[in-house]
Structure formats: C-alpha cells, structure tokens
Design a protein around this ligand. Sequence first.
Ligand code: NAD
Ligand code: MG
Length: 298
Amino acid sequence: MTDQYTFQDPTSQYPKPDDSWKQEQPGAGLEQRMHPTPDAGESTYRGTGRLTGRKAVVTGADSGIGRAAVIAFAREGADVVLSYLPEEEDDAREVVKLVEAAGRTAIACPGDLKDEAYCQKLVQTAVDELGGIDLLANVAGKQQNQESILDITTEQFDETFRTNIYAMFWLCKAAVQHMPPGGTIINTTSIQAYEPSPILVDYASTKAAINAFTKGLAGQLAEKGIRVNAIAPGPIWTPLQQAGGQPEEALSSFGTQTPIGRPGQPAELAPAYVFLASAESSYVSGETLNVNGGMPTP
Ligand code: NAD
Ligand code: MG
C-alpha cells in the first residue's frame, strides 16, 4: 500500500484529465458525484502523532482540500469540529466516519459561513464540545467563473467576499479569544492571488486579500504565541471546479498547464496543513506555502 511517504514519480502519481473529466454540478457540488473520485487521503494518508490532542475547527470539511485536512488532522491525533453546508451532509457523513475510525472526536456542525453568528457558533462548539480550540483551518471557499465583469452580479460578488473573506475574519476574531499560545491558524489562498484568471476576477481578488490578511494578522498575533499562515493551492481536483469554478470544457485539460503536468489531488495538500498546524513549524508565521505543481510564485 502506498502513502504520502512512498517514493515515487510525482508526474505519474495521479491521473491526467481527458474528456471524461468534463462534468457540471449544481450548488456547492458533491465529492460523491465526481468522476474520477478525488484522493483525499482516505486510503493514502498515514498519521504519526504530529497533532496529538489538538482541538481543531475546519471549514469546507466535507470535500476536497478540507476533507483531506480533516482526515490528516484526525490521523495525526486531533479532534475536529467540521463546518460545511447543509446540502453537503452526505459528503460530511463520510468524513465524520473517517475521523471516528481514527479514534478521534468529530463534531458535525453544518451551516452558512456568510452568517457571522454561525462562525461564532463554530468556535463556541469547539470550546464546549472539545474543551477549546488551538487550530483553525479556514478552507471553505466560493468560486464562480464569469466571462465578463458584466456577468458578475452584485449578489455573486457579495457572496464570494462574504464566504472567502468575511467568514475568515469572523472565525479568526472568535478563535483568537480562546486560543492558547502555540495555537495555529491556517488560511487557504490560491495561485489566483498572483496569476488571476480573466474569468475569476472576484474570486482572485479575495485570494489576494487573504494573503495580506494572513501576513498582517501573523504580525499582530506573534507576541501571543499564535502563528498564522496560508496555503496556496494550484489546480486541485475537487467539487469546487465542477460547481461553476471552471467552464465545463476546461476540465478536460485541468491542471495540465503546471510543470508537473497534471492536476493535484486533495491528499497532496494534507501534509502542508499538518506542517503549518503542528509545533514543528514553530518559527514559521505569515508564510504562504504554495502547493501548485511547480508554478513559480512571488
Ligand atoms: P470544495 O468544493 O471541496 O470545498 C469548498 C467548500 O467550501 C465546500 O465543501 C463547502 O463546504 C464550503 N463552503 C462554500 N460556501 C460555503 C458557505 N456559504 N457556508 C459554509 N461552507 C461553505 O473545493 P476545494 O477546492 O477543496 O476548496 C477548498 C479551498 O481551496 C477554497 O478556499 C478554494 O478557494 C481553495 N482553492 C482550491 C483550488 C482548486 O483548484 N480546487 C485552488 C486554489 C485554492
Ligand atoms: Mg463540499
């Protein structure tokens, strides 16, 4: 059996897309309906106790990168509060079972991150049910492609900013009131922060803002012993891309523009989240870790 430590060629480790990858899903999309099925580490991530006893809140926990982070956190020894949309319950159930199979506690807490009260409730749930919070991973995000600025409605612009920026702000604000020294916050930005696609103007803007927010907050919280970092994925095979993130035609070549020549899988992000979450990154704060198949970044 292979795991994240198996020595192998990254260019052939996972499949390259073809026409059969074209697919569209309504709403936020479900991982269960994707073909091929992404690898979120279900049978490939091996934990070694790097987060023993940690208390985590993870958004976007049902699918994609968030799912991979939750599986890894649990197998490294953390208990987790899972945030996701009510419509994603079927995906979330699978993740809850995987956390429990790792012998850790999973608290399912569905809701809408565009609502400040729900963001506060997530942190309070960790405090009440897990006995505190020392790890916040903001992974949820909204991405809707539009050919023209004329097609970006004020509603879409507002929802994208509320989901990607406001929720991160509300969650960080609630979490720092409970986090002990040693606590870690991980935000999720994107290659789009540096190389904005013409069809992702609103989304890319939120990702650039996440980078600045992360660096500024890292400077502010350092003296409290709380570290704040970001992860910038490149093209990763998740429901986000099928649920309006990309035009359907683009999925047949998704990720092939990267030097590694294929899309990334959510499982390939998990070690980055674990590194920034754990005390092994004790002297790293305000950093953006790029996991993007080798695309140069500033
Ligand atoms: P995903 O669809 O699996 O995860 C996004 C999650 O966001 C959803 O599962 C959903 O639970 C959550 N979400 C969206 N709106 C919400 C709301 N209003 N309330 C509560 N939850 C909400 O896709 P993913 O690709 O794993 O996305 C995770 C993060 O990675 C996002 O921040 C995304 O911008 C970022 N990212 C993804 C890629 C990529 O190619 N997939 C590239 C760069 C950055
Ligand atoms: Mg989802």
